[in-house]
Design a protein around this ligand. Sequence first.
Ligand code: HEM
Length: 124
Amino acid sequence: MEYYPILKGVHMLTAYLTAGLMLLRLGLDLAGKTGWRKTPLRWIPHLNDTILLAAALVLVVVTAWMPLVHHWLTAKIILLLGYIVAGKWALDLKRSGAVRGVAALVALFQLLLIFLLAVTKPGF
Ligand code: HEM
């Protein structure tokens, strides 16, 4: 499995890029610079997230880690679904500033938990 370190590296790199790209978009919105939606920043996060999840799926196949068996991984997937919904709301200009602000905090908190679970892999 000599490609495993590369696969894990891709998963980790795209994971950190996901966090960076979310913070960047939230920061631009907060500064009133909502025009990023007309730039490549509109689709780059989707491309990055597709690679992140593809690498995650291959990791599950090639490692012994399994959702529903290792609960840190199950929790990570549930948090990921919550992060996707909260992130979508946080970046939705049709929602009020208050709703977007709360959604942004919820999204970032879930992302933090995903990272903590990934790094510590607690045995619950
Ligand atoms: C936003 C979503 C995600 C983020 C930010 C993320 C982040 C990370 C990070 C940083 C690591 C490396 C931890 C370390 O060992 O230092 C990792 C490992 C891992 N991730 Fe993810 N991940 C995400 C989604 C997923 C999903 C959806 C799955 C499974 C379907 C998954 C499966 C795995 C597995 C199996 C490992 C362990 C690899 C190993 O140590 O051999 N990840 N993740």
